[in-house]
Design a protein around this ligand. Structure first.
Ligand code: SF4
Length: 179
């Protein structure tokens, strides 16, 4: 209520002539909006799913429509790790190092059935049976491979999660209650 009171006070000092042209918003909402609409993914791929990820940024699917096409070669400039492909135990330390070099806040997408649960190699001694074993995952995208539209949908889900974390938490709790 107190916050609402502050907003009302600010609105009251806007001259009537500008009232229809001024948007009053909290700074953290503005930051969330800017962050959620300009995610910079790390340029990294592990296997065939990475080809679908690359095609996302090309002309046909045009990820730049959503502001997400700035794939960064350096983890220090990225805030999203898309794990696209089969993760082996041997490759796990470098991947974790890349994740740790990314600045906060940072997010992880598990793209494809290999990243989610080992895929067709789930029984192999060398394959990680799901990247949740080694990294905190924000969004899972099923498929072998998922189509580029599915990755775009997953990134839009991530946008929702960044902008409305409380809504996502409520949905998660509701699903847990149903289970
Ligand atoms: S999920 Fe399928 S397409 Fe993706 S990396 Fe695994 S085997 Fe390849």
């Amino acid at each position: 209520m107190e916050e609402r009171g502050i907003v009302v006070e600010v609105i009251d000092i806007v001259p009537p002539i500008l009232k229809n042209n001024v948007i009053v918003v909290k700074v953290d909402q503005l930051f969330k909006w800017a962050h959620a609409n300009s995610i910079w993914p790390l340029s990294s791929g592990l296997a065939c799913c990475a080809i679908e990820m690359m095609s996302c940024a090309a002309a046909r699917f045009d990820l730049s429509r959503f502001g997400y096409e700035v794939f960064r070669p350096c983890p220090r400039q990225a805030d999203l790790l898309i794990v696209a492909g089969t993760l082996t135990w041997k490759m796990t330390p470098p991947l974790i190092r890349l994740y740790e070099e990314m600045p906060e806040p940072k997010y992880v997408i598990a793209m494809g059935s290999c990243a989610i649960g080992g895929g067709p190699f789930a029984d192999s001694y060398s394959v990680v049976p799901g990247i949740h074993e080694v990294l905190p995952v924000d969004v899972y995208i099923p498929g072998c491979p998922p189509r580029p539209e599915a990755l775009i949908d997953g990134m839009l889900k991530l946008r929702e999660k960044i902008m409305h974390p409380e809504r996502v938490e409520e949905e998660r709790k509701a699903r847990l209650m149903e289970a």
